[in-house]
Design a protein around this ligand. Structure first.
Ligand code: PAN
Ligand code: ZN
Length: 194
């Protein structure tokens, strides 16, 4: 990605209907890139036989990763389920653990699942107009509980915070949000590794 050397003010458009920006190229996270992340991996493999699909897309503005800068953009998480688990983003800790983040939901309905390394779990509902503060030290994952609408949020974080995906990829989150009797339910992750 092209790095911007001297930062000037900028105006970036994000469409309120689909969350996409006509000014930047999004990063697309495909179903194939989510292998091993959902509880029912067999189901995921079965779905892949019908072809790969975009589970979510988001923006990285390519700003300098300095402590004085901010990373920002939108995430568009499409609706769907794998088994009884709703589509979610991979989720991550920030590499600099002591960095917070702010989310602002523009469209859709879902949750922001957060957990600290010590095992404190926080769940906040995302719906239009709601802003959620992700405290420093907490891993975070968006979950879309709608069966038709994308979940669209705007986010901003300290640009040098970095993304540690590995911890969640190997251990998972302690909790999962699944659909039971047509309703979202927070359950213990049976695959969670201490
Ligand atoms: C967000 C996320 C974005 C995609 O910008 O990076 O929603 O989710 P994953 O990074 O977990 O795939 C953010 O939290 N940035 O720090
Ligand atoms: Zn983050």
């Amino acid at each position: 990605m092209e790095k911007i050397k001297k930062l000037k003010s900028m105006a970036i458009r994000f469409n309120l209907d689909d969350g996409l920006s006509p000014d930047r190229k999004s990063i697309k996270r495909m179903l194939s890139a989510m292998e091993g992340m959902y509880l029912d991996n067999e189901k995921l493999k079965e779905m892949l036989k019908d072809g790969d699909i975009v589970v979510y897309e988001f923006y990285n503005m390519g700003l300098p990763e300095d402590s004085g800068e901010l990373g920002f953009g939108t995430t568009i998480l499409y609706p769907g389920k794998i088994g009884e688990e709703y589509y979610f983003t991979k989720g991550h800790f920030h590499s600099i653990l002591e960095t917070a983040e702010i989310y602002y939901c523009i469209k859709g309905n879902g949750y922001l699942l957060m957990e600290s390394p010590e095992g404190d779990v926080e769940l906040q509902e995302l719906k239009p107009g709601v802003s959620v503060y992700v405290p420093k030290r907490y891993a975070h994952r968006s979950i879309n509980i709608s069966d038709k609408e994308p979940l669209i949020s705007f986010f901003a974080y300290r640009a040098d915070g970095g993304h540690d995906y590995k911890t969640i990829e190997t251990k998972g989150f302690r909790k999962l949000v699944v659909e039971r009797n047509g309703k979202p339910k927070l359950i213990d992750n049976p695959k969670w590794k201490a």
